[in-house]
Write a protein that binds this ligand. Structure first.
Ligand SMILES: [Zn+2]
Length: 307
């Protein structure tokens, strides 16, 4: 099997509370849609837990303590929209562990590409702060693991979630071994993500106005982000795959269609093929309309599966 999907039932036990957009039904929608669309072609794998060492490459001990050792008896809020429930520590460990295991799989040849169907999402979590529904920064943990344990010198992260991946940018903005390329709606939570935020030349932001639509989204990737990724010659391509830029999504207004995700995924795959021997690991970030999430996940994974 060329595409491995990492997931774990523990990710359903992260209880964000009634009426929260980032809810367990999201993950059920994703895994059900993939099972229905690709009954015979997906290699399902159980996500292991990330180790403390994996997390400490990008996170401060204080954040590990807050997420893993608080052990709340009932749900508590870490900020206005980020919850910690009795099941959250295990979910967060499995979500980050999925990304680490997926990196190991593609770098050791047990899979060509991988998708991590997990929650909580990760790209807003900074070194020391859980925020924006995110506890640990799954994609950042994966990138740091690839560098530390596999000796890679160039890892690229493509982030097409409708929100800016502020946590990922902050973690790597001084590290030229990681290129971070992001399209996102602006203005929108969490703010920032402006084009003039360049890190050490390794950060590329393409902010898009509300109602920009698929044409502007494709132009941003074609004109700016894809050429930068290509020029970086990544040895591994990681993807922060949020599907909240879809026109049905209740949290943003970028107005994409599922076909836009298939289009971009095919191009990201080409970059991985050209520079990284195909090695691509994608991890689920946002996406809050269940029907859109189903369609977009199938479009994304379908493009990863296509021959
Ligand atoms: Zn998002």
């Amino acid at each position: 099997m060329q595409v491995a999907i990492y997931t774990h039932a523990a990710c359903l036990a992260h209880d964000t509370g009634p009426d929260h957009a980032e809810r367990p039904a999201r993950l059920l929608a994703v895994t059900e849609a993939l099972r229905e669309a690709f009954p015979d072609t997906i290699d399902w794998r159980e996500a292991p837990s990330a180790s403390r060492g994996d997390l400490l490459r990008v996170h401060a001990p204080g954040l590990l303590h807050a997420v893993l050792e608080t052990k709340p008896l009932q749900r508590v809020m870490l900020d206005a929209d980020t919850a910690l429930s009795p099941g959250s520590a295990e979910a967060a460990l499995r979500a980050a562990g999925a990304a680490v295991a997926a990196v190991d799989a593609v770098l050791t040849g047990s899979a060509m590409r991988a998708f991590c169907a997990v929650r909580p999402p990760g790209h807003h979590a900074t070194t020391d702060t859980a925020m924006g529904f995110c506890l640990f920064n799954n994609v950042a943990v994966a990138a740091a693991h690839a560098i530390a344990m596999h000796g890679l010198e160039r890892v690229a992260i493509a982030d097409f979630d409708v929100h800016h991946g502020n946590g990922t940018q902050a973690i790597f903005e001084h590290d030229p071994r990681v290129l971070f390329a992001s399209s996102h709606q602006s203005p929108l939570y969490p703010g920032g993500g402006l084009a003039n935020e360049r890190g050490v030349g390794n950060i590329l932001n393409a902010p898009l106005p509300p109602y920009a639509g698929g044409e502007a989204f494709r132009a941003a990737w074609t004109d700016t982000l894809l050429p930068a990724l290509d020029g970086f010659c990544p040895q591994l391509l990681l993807v922060s795959a949020g599907f909240d830029a879809h026109r049905r999504d209740p949290l943003a207004q970028l107005q994409l269609e599922a076909g836009d995700y298939a289009w971009l995924t095919a191009r990201l795959r080409s970059i991985a093929d050209r520079h990284a021997r195909g090695r691509l690991v994608s991890t689920l970030e946002g996406g809050y309309d269940l029907q859109a999430l189903r369609e977009c996940t199938v479009a994304h994974v379908g493009a990863l599966l296509a021959r």
